[in-house]
Design a protein. Structure first.
Length: 221
């Protein structure tokens, strides 16, 4: 075996094995440590969820695009370090996670006409963040109908809203045995997958066995 044939990167007879094939396995030469490359564009999306009363919650989301280095002139202008700073606030009502209020702002944007995309965001009012929400967003704001950065922000915030809602509204946290909302939202929760079958069977011990989080300490212990 390779472990028996090498020591400190060398064969027992003193010959290096880097780049050679031993027992059918190719041993690559070690590569020097790759220096960290300076990014030329950084996008940061942040979503915060907070309760806002017995049956409401607030969502605050931001999208920031930065050009930290090597920014090129843009139509004769020198762009600032932050070229996009988009901010969106929503108030939602439960049940249904229905959007009841929209607040939006562009703190930094490349063109004077960019803020024209803000008023159409009021079309979010009345939408429910559930199945079909992404399609509704694309129909209202996709491509030439809206700001691509706000559309990307809304797409990113929707899953966070569903997860945060389970904390703000505890009745949404426990999956129903009939049709949990998160089935088919990812491969782990695929229909008829291991998690879905355990939920349908009411097997809490089986679900605990699959969790990646450490168990709570036993208060009696």
């Amino acid at each position: 075996m390779i472990d028996d044939q090498m020591k400190d990167g060398q064969m027992k007879d003193g010959q290096t094995i880097d780049g050679q094939t031993i027992d059918g396995q190719t041993i690559d030469a070690p590569r020097p440590e790759t220096a960290r490359r300076e990014p030329v564009h950084v996008r940061t999306i942040r979503v915060e969820i907070a309760p806002a009363g017995a049956d409401e919650m607030e969502v605050t989301a931001t999208l920031v695009d930065e050009r930290p280095a090597n920014a090129r002139p843009w139509f004769g202008s020198d762009p600032p370090p932050v070229i996009h700073d988009m901010r969106l606030g929503l108030r939602l009502r439960n049940p249904g996670l229905v959007i009841t209020e929209v607040r939006s702002d562009m703190v930094s944007h490349p063109y004077t006409i960019c803020p024209e995309a803000l008023p159409p965001l009021q079309q979010l009012v009345g939408l429910s963040i559930g199945r079909g929400f992404t399609r509704e967003v694309n129909e209202r704001f996709g491509r030439q109908r809206g700001c691509a950065h706000f559309t990307a922000l809304i797409h990113a915030m929707a899953p966070a809203v569903r997860q945060g809602a389970g904390v703000v509204f505890p009745e949404l946290e426990g999956p129903s045995a009939s049709a949990p909302w998160f089935v088919d939202t990812c491969q782990a929760w695929r229909s008829e997958g291991p998690l879905h079958r355990l939920v349908r069977a009411g097997d809490e011990a089986g679900l605990r066995a699959l969790t990646a989080f450490p168990p709570r300490p036993d208060p009696a212990g």
